[in-house]
Design a protein around this ligand. Structure first.
Ligand code: HAM
Length: 399
């Protein structure tokens, strides 16, 4: 990634991090690789097939992390168990999946994620969805949010063997509803094909429960949806959301960006249980991860960046020491400031500044003697001779 792209990524990343902090989520960091077993336990076949696995010199089987929920929960079990619950953590890190690369699908990609560990309520589910919405909004991306619950499909498919249920969910995760129906017919359960279609098309909870009947989780789901609706969060109920990972247990949600083609899912998450599989207590958790690279593709360079003027110091060779002193003062105040490195004359320096800078800070004999600089705005050509301190105030936008 070249500097322009990196600057935009850093800007969006900073906005997401700052926004997560306003909700009380604090950043954590985990290693790039973990024991392979950590991801095999409950991540699901899709992820396992795509992992970068290797053996280290000690003969241990390790994997580059394909995602961070399992590592973060391992870390919680190892180090965070004594913390007051709920634990609210966020992360920004790279992940590795051996996928067929294309636009928006990479073998190394970045996730900004949030995990809420040890809270088990409609309010907790709703908060995580609101944080997801808030983070994408702060990034400036246009998206739709779809919310579902795993119990919808599980209830409908409860008569099927676990393997067959998984297959149907796999088709739904790939948004291939025709294949899901065809599979039901193939295993002799065409009776489920029509209800499956009705469930997939349901867009209200009444329609959902009309197909599957009342379920024990219904009250909590209604409450979560009521909180989101009261907060006027734009979202759609979508019972077809299956999620590709195996650890989800409850509410699930995904966000899709406009104009990204097939790789338009920019966020995925839900409620899950992993801590007990890593040696901890059974701990209800909920979280999500944003596909950061896809967000950047969706923004397509439309990132508002705070204006930071580029300054070029122009000086005669004899005045180099003083010029370096001025440069240091400007840099100490956070101004981005460069100085000639090739011993070029005054006019060659001016020419280069015209191309690469917004301001020239000119230090000639007169300025050096008076402790001033001539500050030239290279965009409109205006210039004024002022004390260094005043130039600094202008360049930092304080005057
Ligand atoms: P995931 O849906 O596998 O969920 O990944 C989250 C997001 O990462 C996806 O929505 C997508 O935007 C992005 N992503 C996935 N694969 C790629 C790729 N090859 N290239 C670019 N972007 C990609 C998880 O990883 C869960 N750990 C989310 C979670 C957190 N659930 C609970 N807590």
């Amino acid at each position: 990634m070249l500097p322009e792209e990196m600057e935009q990524r850093r800007e969006i990343e900073a906005r997401m991090r700052a926004k997560a902090r306003t909700w009380g989520y604090r950043e954590v960091s985990t290693p790039s690789f973990e024991e392979l077993e950590l991801f095999v336990i409950r991540s699901g076949e899709g992820i396992i097939d795509e992992m970068y696995v290797f053996e280290d010199k000690g003969g241990r089987s390790l994997a580059l992390r394909p995602e961070l929920t399992a590592p973060v929960l391992r870390m919680y079990v190892n180090e965070g168990r004594s913390l007051t619950k709920p634990v609210k953590w966020c992360y920004f890190a790279d992940c590795y999946r051996y996928e067929r690369p294309q636009k928006g699908r990479y073998r190394q990609f970045w996730q900004f994620g949030v995990e809420l560990i040890g809270a088990d309520s409609a309010m907790a589910d709703a908060e995580i969805i609101m944080v997801a919405d808030d983070l994408l909004r702060t990034a400036g991306v246009t998206f739709t949010l779809k919310v579902g619950h795993l119990s919808f499909m599980r209830t409908l498919l409860s008569g099927l063997a676990e393997e067959d249920q998984k297959k149907v969910r796999g088709f739904l995760d790939k948004r291939d509803t025709d294949a899901a129906s065809a599979f039901l017919i193939e295993i002799g359960r065409e009776d489920l094909s029509a209800p499956l279609t009705r469930l997939i098309q349901a867009r209200t909870l009444d329609e959902v429960f009309g197909v599957i009947g009342e379920i024990p989780e219904a009250d909590r789901i209604r409450e979560t949806i009521a909180i989101l609706t009261a907060q006027e969060l734009p979202f759609e109920i979508n019972p077809a959301i299956a999620r590709g990972l195996d650890y989800y247990t409850g509410i699930v949600f995904e966000c899709f960006a406009e104009g990204l083609g097939a790789e338009n899912q920019i966020l995925g998450g839900g409620a899950y249980r992993l801590a007990h599989l890593f040696g901890g207590e059974d701990t209800p958790s909920v979280g999500f991860a944003i596909g950061f690279d896809r967000v950047m593709v969706a923004l397509d360079g439309r990132v508002w960046m705070p204006f930071q003027p580029r300054v070029q110091i122009i000086h005669t060779p004899a005045l180099r020491e003083g010029a370096l002193g001025v440069a240091r003062e400007l840099r100490d105040a956070g101004v981005r400031c460069e100085i000639d490195l090739s011993g070029r004359g005054f006019s060659a320096q001016m020419k280069s500044a015209g191309k690469n800078a917004d301001y020239a800070v000119i230090i000639g004999e007169e300025e050096a003697a008076a402790g001033t600089v001539t500050l030239k705005n290279l965009r409109d050509g205006e210039q004024q001779t002022v004390p260094v301190r005043k130039a600094l105030l202008i360049l930092t936008g304080q005057q």
